[in-house]
Design a protein around this ligand. Structure first.
Ligand SMILES: *[C@@H]1O[C@H](CO)[C@@H](O)[C@H](O)[C@H]1NC(C)=O
Ligand SMILES: *[C@@H]1O[C@H](CO)[C@@H](O)[C@H](O)[C@H]1NC(C)=O
Length: 291
């Protein structure tokens, strides 16, 4: 009996001693729950964290993949996209590249930047076309990048567009500072204006490497056939506008499936109002000749 009593006593004593640690433990639990909650909420604002995740998730379900051909891949890819328009055919790829990948591309390009040039029509000169394209830029090929970033992006673009890497020109990486723009134009070359072509640009893939605080949108003035009869001066920032966000991709087609030029693929870069715009462009051609 004596022994039992002592044990009960001990139990109460231990419970009293335990009360403080339990309260402390519960407080800690609430604190941690709050902390994780706020991290999850702040991830909504911090797209960068999701970005990494999405890029990793583009290789999923290795187990379900089929036997593949010589040039195929051994995994099932998942690349989220949104159709922005069928006239022109324009598709948006959120979080196509990571922040780190975007920064790498800017770093590789920075030392090579030169004022952007234009393919001139008959009768045009560098002087007569001044002001049409005021950005700086450089052509950079995947093999020039020893971080492997451009090769990774190029492979992903091929996967997303289902057009082989060999049909892509080198990346044209551009920087637009405040006030800089690219007035509306076509990426394809109309033989009537530019003479016979060895190959034609089918599609353009733009990877935005930076956010832009204000302005710098990619615009499609003739989207859905609008504004085609207003005597558009090619300068106004009108029509469907796509806001640049770091890591996001934009694909649009310059040609119809039958190979003729889609007039609604007219596009331009609105002037940057605040901040700086960096974008990597990949033009994709109808064959492997690059001019
Ligand atoms: C888009 O184009 C179609 C075909 O020309 C037209 O019927 C439709 O009204 C247009 N939509 C808008 C919102 O302008
Ligand atoms: C090519 O396709 C477009 C869009 O479907 C059509 O408007 C055009 O008439 C076609 N051109 C030829 C030459 O078939």
């Amino acid at each position: 009996m004596k022994y039992k009593g002592k044990r009960v006593l001990l139990g109460i004593d231990a419970a009293k001693k335990l009360r403080l640690p339990i309260v402390f433990f519960l407080c800690l639990c609430f604190f941690l729950a709050g902390l994780f909650g706020s991290i999850i909420i702040s991830q909504d604002a911090n797209r960068g964290k999701f970005r990494h995740k999405l890029v990793e998730e583009s290789r999923i379900e290795e187990g379900d993949a089929l036997l593949h051909g010589e040039s195929g891949e051994g995994f099932i890819a998942s690349i989220p996209f949104q159709v922005l328009s069928w006239r022109p055919r324009a598709v948006y790829y959120p979080n196509f590249a990571t922040d780190e990948q975007c920064q790498n591309v800017i770093k590789i390009t920075k030392t090579k930047l030169r004022p952007s040039s234009l393919a001139l029509r008959k009768g045009e000169t560098a002087e007569s076309t001044k002001g049409i394209r005021t950005s700086s830029g450089a052509f950079v090929s995947a093999w020039e990048d020893n971080t492997g970033t451009l090769e990774f992006i190029e492979r992903k673009i091929a996967r997303a567009t289902m057009l082989p890497r060999s049909h892509g020109e080198a990346f044209n990486v551009l920087r637009y500072e405040i006030g800089q723009r690219y007035v509306s134009h076509y990426d394809s070359f109309n033989p009537a204006e530019y003479g016979p072509q060895h190959s034609q640009r089918i599609a353009s893939f733009l990877l935005y490497l930076s956010d832009v605080e204000e302005g710098g949108e990619t615009m499609f003035p003739f989207e859905n056939g609008s504004n085609m009869d207003i005597g558009y001066d090619y300068e106004g920032c009108i029509g469907l506008k796509v806001k640049p966000r770091r890591g996001d991709g934009l694909l649009f087609y310059s040609l119809f499936p039958n190979g003729t030029i889609d007039q609604t693929s007219l596009h331009g870069s609105c002037a940057v109002v605040k901040g700086e715009k960096w974008v990597a462009t990949k033009w994709i051609r109808d064959n492997t000749k690059m001019q």
